[in-house]
Design a protein around this ligand. Structure first.
Ligand SMILES: *Cc1c(COP(=O)(O)O)cnc(C)c1O
Length: 491
């Protein structure tokens, strides 16, 4: 028999559920509608607008000791948060590497919030949803059945997890209790000069030190130079170090270069190195036949880090790590604690407890928004959308190439275009143009440096971005560039 709560709650008791469910329901529907209106009309909004001091002041209040109406707090959200978000949902957002999100992902987030599942472990359906994503990811990347996977915040954390598994493989189980010093070994790792900055940080967190990550030069296409890599490994061995890991990049953050992953897999096998791939955004290029062949060799990685929140448009955050040797993955993190005992029956059952595969114990239900995204769109539509972002980038690159006042600074093999306005003191000029364009609300590119030169970087990740949006970017760059150059030229 199930026990029922008393119909009229004891006034001495308190819980956080609404006193008036119908009113809450109406308010909830309004909040949902407001957000859908915002997303439907996003093109009419500026990409970004600076916050006034008054807006900032709204977030410097005292700790709220008294309750407020939900409707009132929501009004404040509409007034002070929504208009001033970094609008990566906007088609004019082209800065950094940000996914655009989807309405489907948002609705799934709401459902996950309602369930409030703790996905650290135990035997409940949300864990099965995560296992389903692990199985699909394995299949997408040609990994074997023993491979294991885990949702984490982002690729920064996925790289840390993979690095710790590689460290465990290099030093054996003892490293977990005795630490690095007991091994007496000096581990060294290798990646390209174009690799992401989270990799040296991961080396730091793993106790290996960021200096132990050798940054190998790149070729003309920004891919790791394999001969230079071989020489670096040999030099370290000759100096008494223990090379243990090589990290390939599938889609560099600057320009979208993909290392020769098949050649890296061969080299790693010959040199007995762990082969990890940072595929933060580029790995999901497997969803389109236009990119998949260029990722050949990714299926031979021992571990792979990727983000569903970039090209796949799953709302933040949804990082993921896949490890070929699942037993080793588990051996890197699993411990036994009485309060986390596994049972043959009941809620404490189940063999896949995600907390055995990474540092987090309590974990949210990131798998649900990913599951909804993959189910609702299917890999074919997601692949077509990814191919479209590359098409829009090619249009941008062609416009830049055709415009004498602009120059391309790097090849654009995927969806990222690096260019600049020509002129004297070009670094300062282009930094100013980027800020002008961002403040105009028309588009939001970011900057990077290519061979020392400051570049305007337009990364087309948003599924909503069309050719007319990159045309608007080019027009704005020319307008602000002309104005600035004109203002500086002698009258
Ligand atoms: C974005 C990115 C990262 C970092 O991923 P986060 O999800 O931001 O932690 C790492 N490597 C590459 C190549 C990236 O593009």
């Amino acid at each position: 028999m199930t026990e029922r709560r008393p119909a009229a709650p004891d006034p001495a008791e308190t819980d956080l559920d609404p006193a008036d469910w119908p009113a809450l329901r109406a308010q909830g529907h309004r909040m949902l509608d407001d957000m859908l209106d915002h997303l439907q009309g996003i093109r009419e909004q500026p990409v970004w607008r600076p916050m006034s001091e008054e807006v900032r002041a709204a977030f410097r209040r005292e700790v709220p000791t008294r309750p407020s109406e939900l409707a009132e707090v929501h009004r404040e959200f509409l007034q002070h948060v929504l208009p001033y978000a970094v609008d990566n949902v906007h088609p004019g957002f082209m800065g950094w590497v940000h996914g655009g999100g989807t309405v489907v992902g948002m609705l799934a987030e709401m459902l996950a919030g309602g369930l409030n599942a703790n996905c650290g472990g135990r035997d409940h359906a949300p864990i099965e949803v995560e296992r389903q994503i692990v199985a699909w990811t394995r299949r997408l990347f040609g990994f074997p059945e023993e491979a294991t996977g885990l949702f984490v915040t982002g690729t920064s954390m996925a790289n840390v997890v993979a690095l710790l598994v590689a460290r465990r493989a290099a030093l054996g189980a003892a490293v977990r209790e005795a630490g690095l010093a007991a091994s007496g070994k000096r581990l060294t790792a290798y990646t390209s000069a174009a690799a992401h900055g989270c990799l040296p940080r991961a080396m730091d967190y793993a106790g290996l030190g960021s200096d132990a990550l050798r940054r190998v030069p790149v070729d003309g296409r920004h891919r790791i130079d394999l001969d230079a890599l071989r020489r670096a490994v040999a030099a370290d061995r000759a100096a008494g170090a223990t090379p243990f890991l090589v990290i390939g990049t599938a889609g560099t953050v600057d320009i979208g270069a993909i290392d020769d992953l098949a050649a890296l897999a061969d080299l790693a096998a010959a040199e007995r190195l762990w082969f990890h791939v940072d595929g933060a955004f580029g790995a999901l290029g497997v969803l389109t036949s236009e990119i998949a062949p260029r990722l050949s060799g990714i299926e031979r990685a021992q571990s792979l880090a990727l983000d569903f929140h970039k090209w796949a448009q799953v709302p933040y955050d949804a990082g993921f790590v896949l490890v070929r040797d699942g037993a080793l993955h588990r051996d890197t993190f699993a411990t036994s604690a009485e309060y986390l005992r596994r049972e043959a029956r009941g809620l404490a059952g189940g063999t896949f407890w995600p907390n055995d595969f990474g540092p987090d114990l309590s974990r949210g239900f990131r798998a649900l928004k990913t599951w909804f995204t993959l189910r609702v769109y299917g890999t074919e539509q997601l692949g077509a959308m990814i191919a479209q972002t590359c098409r829009v980038a090619r249009h941008l690159a062609a416009r830049v190439a055709a415009e004498p006042r602009l120059e391309l600074l790097a090849p654009a093999p995927l969806n990222i275009v690096c260019f600049r306005y020509r002129g004297a003191d070009a670094d300062a000029l282009n930094a100013a143009i980027v800020a002008d364009v961002q403040e105009s609300g028309v588009a939001a590119p970011s900057t990077t440096r290519i061979d020392g030169a400051l570049a305007i970087r337009a990364a087309i990740f948003n599924h909503r971005t069309r050719e007319r949006d990159v045309d608007a970017l080019v027009d704005a760059v020319l307008r602000h560039g002309d104005r600035r150059v004109g203002a500086n030229s002698p009258a």
